[in-house]
Design a protein around this ligand. Structure first.
Ligand SMILES: [Zn+2]
Ligand SMILES: [Zn+2]
Length: 187
């Protein structure tokens, strides 16, 4: 069966080199839907608690929220970093607190200090699904990802079979010692 959760991201981007309006910098509220597949954990009668899926995903995905997403060859990138540098916010600001851990994958690199994500490919809704799967595939048994942004939407199904031991009392993933980090249950 599947447990399904949704999270929202507000971001700015553009399609560098694209011939439509999207070549200009603009913003969206994007909605990411994550479907996780596994057996039903009979202790709690759920696949996985949806708030826990959200928490796991948000840890990395918050780097995309209130962020600028630019392709690595976009000339706006050095221009914006130059402005941030001169303004003294390139390496962080006291009010910039919603930061996830910096990440670097084949497809994207996050710079949480200046709320920037640099991508290898143009960040279309399809591109976002590739990036998100790469970031979360080892943490969750992702069966399907859907990303919508404005009039655009894309989805892809996956077969992800991580063996995740779940707590029979509260449903969350047990740690490497078989202990529930939330309620202390031991396998
Ligand atoms: Zn757009
Ligand atoms: Zn527990």
């Amino acid at each position: 069966m599947r447990s399904i959760t949704t999270l929202e991201l507000q971001y700015a981007h553009r399609f560098y080199g694209f011939k439509g309006e999207a070549q200009y910098l603009h913003g969206h509220t994007g909605t990411l839907t994550i479907e996780v597949n596994d057996s039903v954990n009979m202790g709690v009668n759920m696949v996985f608690p949806c708030n826990e899926i959200k928490k796991t995903a948000w840890e990395v995905m918050k780097n995309f929220d209130h962020a600028l997403v630019l392709r690595e060859d976009d000339p706006l990138l050095p221009a914006i970093l130059d402005v941030y540098e001169k303004q003294g916010i390139k390496d962080g600001a006291p009010t910039n607190q919603m930061k996830g851990p910096a990440f670097k994958t084949e497809l994207a690199t996050a710079y949480p200090e200046c709320r920037l994500v640099v991508t290898k490919e143009t960040m279309t809704v399809e591109g976002m699904i590739k990036i998100v799967y790469d970031l979360l595939k080892d943490k969750l048994n992702i069966a399907k990802l859907t990303f919508t942004s404005g009039d655009n939407a894309a989805s892809e199904e996956f077969e992800t079979n991580n063996h995740i031991d779940r707590c029979p009392l509260c449903g969350i993933a047990l740690d490497e010692n078989g202990v529930c980090p939330k309620c202390g249950y031991k396998k």
